[in-house]
Design a protein around this ligand. Sequence first.
Ligand SMILES: [Cu+2]
Length: 146
Amino acid sequence: MKITKSQVAGLAASLMLISATALADEIVVTAKATAFDPMVVFIKPGDTVKWTNMVGHDTASIEGMIPEGAQPWQSKLGEEFNLTLDKEGAYIYKCTPHVSSGMLGAIVVGELPPKNLDQIHAHPENKGMVGRTIRKLDEELKKKSG
Ligand SMILES: [Cu+2]
């Protein structure tokens, strides 16, 4: 069987497409009572976070607690939500109705430690339930480095 150059090019292109798809993961975060599980996730740039079981919940980024240049988000209350993140760094997010119950989470994209970690620590809202979430992030980062 003779294979033409364009067939080879076509095959190479489709293999590249397959490998790019295979490399990007989908990470599931499940809302359970008034918590996100897992509370802290580590992903690669280009991966997608999918929030499920969102009846009564939303997910919203916190201003000043996402990497510079990253898009803030606010999902619709009660709906599943998918978010693909490309910018490396740490993202702290909340469930708007349950923030006072500590329903928050963190996503770390790419390299450790996240470049905006100092900025998150220095943020005036690093207190209360937000502060607790940041401490949880610090613990998970410590586990990763140790
Ligand atoms: Cu909630």
